[in-house]
Design a protein around this ligand. Structure first.
Ligand SMILES: [Mg+2]
Length: 438
């Protein structure tokens, strides 16, 4: 790999404006915490999170982003990766510009905390303390794209560290209104998240607890939805999501699986297979396909018959609810097909039901919570009211309730969406666009 320095430096306007009119190939823009390189076809962004974080309290982050976009940037024209320009900056003895104190020297990196720009096989890479680069098409760049690109740059490869940037209002994507597919499962997970370790045995609780956050149930629900949308490999995608979104409450065996390179199933019958299966019930139009794809999503890890059954029962209940079947029909079908006993009430089990992460010990309970409910919110409250693995039970119930009632109160969606990474919202919107139908 070669390392290059910028050349032909000049101050040339605000970063925001420059990016919007970027047309010249081989032009590099450097502001206090962004690099953006136009290589003729792509804009490649590198974002410097440490600068951002050290200098700005989180509550001021949004102001800070816009302030920086309005600041002047340095423009390196004729930034040519195929010509070794290393050292030219020094040879030309150009003074470091006073009016731009932290940028723009690259090769000895005055700025950006040791980040380096390198070229390899005619590709550019921006390497930094927190690593990663983003390539973006420059063709037909719109104002909206500029903000989106910066958002992507900000999220590069450091999802946990940069979690807070997801909360920036200016970057937040809106959820499609009347969303009623996998968002139901995500709602159950987020609202149930604070009760998994602090079980309650009542439906009377505050839905909007400020400590609510998304957990593994959401991460892997989104992973499966993305597989279906983009025809991706289940094992690989689930593995990638698990590794990209760490620390979201995964079970021990799943965490071990995430450390492996040879993605072999481990015979689990945990409810992890059921919690991620909801997209299957929304996406396919006949029961045979639903059963087959649900099995595929489960068996990459949960290849025990009960693990597969949990995913299939969840997806099937969603499929039947979506198709307008009555609660009795859903109950009968699930009972006879999967041999689950649904002949109990929540009131009967509530006093003694305990934490149980098996499919057979939580999926029937989640289905009964749906069967007893009067609307979507009631379903979530009932699912949480029995205690146990609350986020997962509510996630399973929420998916079915969303398919059945087809309506989730807007304030619930707003509350939950506010907790999610922009990437998830985008996938949910696409999923809704494609599968929000009967
Ligand atoms: Mg969870």
């Amino acid at each position: 790999m070669k390392e290059y320095s910028g050349y032909d430096t000049q101050i040339n306007g605000r970063l925001e404006d420059e990016l919007r009119r970027t047309k010249d190939a081989n032009t590099l823009y450097v502001s206090h915490y962004y690099f953006a390189l136009n290589d003729g076809q792509n804009l490649i962004f590198y974002y410097n999170p440490q600068h951002f974080w050290d200098k700005s309290p989180l509550e001021k982050v949004e102001d800070y982003v816009w302030e920086n976009l309005k600041q002047e940037c340095a423009v390196f024209k004729n930034f040519d990766p195929d010509e070794d320009t290393k050292g030219q900056f020094l040879e030309h003895k150009k003074p470091h510009p006073d009016f731009f104190p932290e940028t723009p020297k690259i090769s000895n990196h005055y700025s950006c905390l040791g980040s380096r720009i390198v070229s390899h096989h005619r590709h550019y890479y921006f390497l930094g303390n927190f690593g990663g680069c983003v390539k973006c098409k420059t063709k037909d760049l719109t104002d909206y794209d500029v903000v989106s690109l910066l958002q992507w740059a900000a999220m590069t490869k450091t999802p946990n560290y940069l979690k807070s940037i997801y909360d920036l209002k200016c970057f937040k994507k809106a959820m499609t209104s009347n969303s009623n597919t996998i968002i139901g499962a995500v709602v159950g997970d987020v609202i149930g998240s604070v009760f998994e370790r602090n079980n309650i045995k009542t439906t009377n609780f505050d839905l909007f607890n400020s400590k609510c956050d998304y957990t593994d149930d959401t991460v892997l629900t989104i992973a499966v939805a993305e597989c279906i949308l983009n025809n991706k490999n289940f094992a690989k995608t689930i593995w990638e999501y698990g590794r990209n979104y760490r620390g979201r409450g995964y079970g021990g065996s799943f965490r071990n699986w995430l450390q492996q390179d040879n993605l072999k199933p481990y015979g689990s019958f945990g409810n992890g297979s059921a919690m991620r299966a909801s997209a299957v019930g929304f996406a396919f139009d006949n029961i045979e396909t639903v059963l087959d794809i649900a099995k595929q999503t489960a068996e990459v890890t949960h290849n025990h018959p009960e693990g597969i059954k949990g995913a299939q029962a969840t997806a099937t209940a969603i499929f039947l609810a979506r198709k307008g079947k009555s609660k009795q029909e859903i109950k009968d079908y699930i009972t006879s097909t999967f041999n689950y006993d649904l002949g109990f009430t929540l009131d009967e089990i509530r006093p003694t039901y305990k934490f149980d992460v098996t499919c057979q010990g939580s999926v029937p309970q989640a289905i009964v919570a749906f069967l007893e409910s009067s609307d979507f919110e009631d379903a979530i409250r009932l699912a949480i009211s029995i205690g146990g693995d609350s986020d997962t039970i509510a996630c399973i119930t929420g998916g079915i309730a969303s398919a059945y009632y087809k309506q989730i109160p807007k304030e619930i969606i707003d509350f939950v969406v506010d907790k999610l990474p922009g990437e998830y919202i985008e996938i949910m919107n696409k999923f809704d666009e494609q599968y929000n139908r009967k």
